[in-house]
Design a protein around this ligand. Structure first.
Ligand code: NAD
Length: 497
């Protein structure tokens, strides 16, 4: 019998009010049911928001360093359970164990960083223009935060949001992706074990259109932290505009790696293999385009095709596997539809382009690592996010041309340049329009203490990671203390004429 999970609302485990449920299956072996989850709706969300509002009254008064201590304890539990959690995540969404261990580690790093921020969250003090007057700004909690997360980093992304929100003094209603609810439920269980009081973190399982929308529409939710697709991000933004609630959007990407003719080609090759086919291409920072200098184009393409053809596909629980399945059947159909579009629009299919079948692969949503060469910038596969193991290769004449190609999409998340030429590297750092640029490293590999996010239609200007996350989860309050015992008028009494 698969395990039946429940919502956690105000410290109580609850089924959906309607009694409905949904099941979550292993994408590497679709006969295996990972768990049964409540299929919640607006009524469940409203109850969770009420609980979070109630809990906020005490939680925001609890000292920030102590809130940090609880988050630090959650980090310690993640350390102790890292191996077991990685296995649960691989069963749930398919990426290989090496990567799910990394995903848990990202949660651990975020816990320890966020805990330490409880002793900083600096404001500023500044001199007043008037005598006997003191000025300062400080960070204060905002209220109830709605957290809506995707399935590709089931532990890391929720922790990027929940840990800084908790240390900031906010309370939470959390809706995880319905492809990865078990990892999310375990994270909440760990927070409870670490000492988070009842109602401070509430989890409501269900679909985006029912539970996600109900969070965004609830007037008592003051913040929404969302990571997911650009299409859904736009919808959320429109609805949130009605109440002007603050929304942080981390959205899609169409990231590229540039390989210049002076690059260390072996290094660039390792980078693109990891960037394009790690997590089966299902990362917001995945290398989806490869832009190669014309002088090394043919040689590099041969090297790439040879190494890619040797990647080992299978169930990520087997440590020898390099590429797991896609997360679900709809995703496999979507990826394949892009293969068909690529062929139709005249790109040259070098490798893959079909589902991977045979033996153990028949039971899962596997797709062969796919390479398209001679891709033109106007082709759909050069512009749209595919979110699968499909790499579009383009040819560039110079660093300027390569950067122009790289910038030619509506997205601006991550980017990478392989070169030994200092001038090229600095030009890239300046001219690439992206939130993140790597020099001689792949498009994936963010560290949790650094700002993370993108420009253009990848987001709306907020950043996760490090201290910048706290800018979103807190409000700035400015305080003036006048101890002169008389009315002092700024601008007027200081400058009389
Ligand atoms: P998605 O937009 O379909 O779903 C994301 C979350 O939003 C899920 O929990 C989903 O249930 C919920 N949701 C769906 N419709 C909703 C609605 N109408 N209202 C409220 N919530 C709704 O995205 P996904 O398929 O889970 O994830 C893949 C996408 O996420 C890709 O586009 C990827 O680039 C992006 N992503 C971005 C980042 C980043 O930091 N920029 C990181 C990871 C993933």
């Amino acid at each position: 019998m698969p395990k039946a999970f429940r919502n956690l609302i105000g410290g109580q485990e609850k089924d959906a009010v309607s009694g409905r449920t949904f099941e979550n299956r292993n994408p590497a072996d679709w006969n295996e049911i990972v768990g049964i989850f409540p299929k919640s709706e607006k009524r469940d969300v409203d109850a969770a928001v009420d609980a979070a509002k109630q809990a906020y009254k005490e939680w925001h008064l609890f000292p920030a360093p102590k809130r940090g201590d609880i988050v630090k304890k959650a980090g310690d539990i993640l350390v102790a359970r890292k191996g077991e959690l990685a296995k649960q995540m691989t069963r749930e969404m398919g990426k290989v164990l090496l990567e799910t261990r990394g995903d848990v580690q990202e949660g651990i790093d975020t816990a320890y960083y966020s805990a330490s921020e409880g002793r900083r969250m600096f404001g500023v003090t500044a001199p007043s223009e008037l005598p006997d007057k003191f000025t300062m700004s400080m960070r204060v909690p905002v209220g109830v935060a709605g957290v809506i997360s995707p399935w590709n980093f089931p532990m890391a992304i929720p922790t990027w949001k929940i840990f800084p929100a908790l240390v900031s003094g906010d309370t939470i209603v959390f809706k995880p992706a319905s492809d990865t609810p078990a990892t999310a439920a375990t994270l909440v269980e760990i927070l409870v074990e670490a000492g988070v009081p009842a109602g401070v973190v509430n989890i409501v399982h269900g679909t985006g259109s029912e539970v996600g929308m109900a969070i965004v529409q609830n007037d008592d939710i003051e913040l929404v932290s969302f990571t997911g697709s650009t299409a859904v991000g736009k919808k959320i933004s429109e609805i949130a505009a009605g109440t002007l609630k603050r929304v942080s959007l981390e959205l899609g990407g169409k990231n590229a790696e540039i390989v210049m003719d002076d690059a260390n080609l072996e290094l660039a090759l390792d980078g693109v293999l990891w960037g394009a086919f790690g997590t089966t291409g299902q990362r917001c920072t995945a290398t989806s385009r490869l832009i190669v200098h014309e002088k090394v184009y043919d040689k590099f393409l041969d090297m790439l095709a040879e190494r890619t053809s040797r990647l080992k596909l299978g169930n990520g629980l087997d440590e020898s596997i390099e590429v797991g399945p896609l997360v679900n059947e709809a995703q496999r159909e979507k990826v394949h539809s892009y293969t068909e579009i690529g062929k139709r629009e005249g790109a040259r299919l070098v490798l893959g382009g079909e589902s991977a079948r045979g033996g153990n692969l028949d039971g899962g949503w596997f797709y062969k690592p796919t390479i398209f060469a001679d891709v033109a910038p106007e082709m759909t596969i050069a512009r749209e996010e595919i979110f699968g193991p499909v790499l579009s290769v383009m040819k560039a004449k110079s660093i300027d041309h390569a950067i122009e190609l790289l910038n030619g999409t509506i997205y601006g998340l991550s980017s990478a340049v392989y070169t030994k030429n200092l001038n090229h590297a600095f030009k890239a750092m300046r001219d690439i329009k992206a939130g993140i640029t790597y020099i001689n490293a792949p498009t994936i590999g963010a560290e949790t203490h650094m700002p993370f996010g993108g420009v253009k239609q990848t987001g709306n200007g907020h950043r996760e990671g490090g201290a910048s996350a706290f800018e979103f989860f807190t409000e700035i309050k400015t305080v003036y203390v006048d101890y002169s015992d008389r009315l002092q008028r700024a601008q007027i009494d200081t400058y009389k004429n």
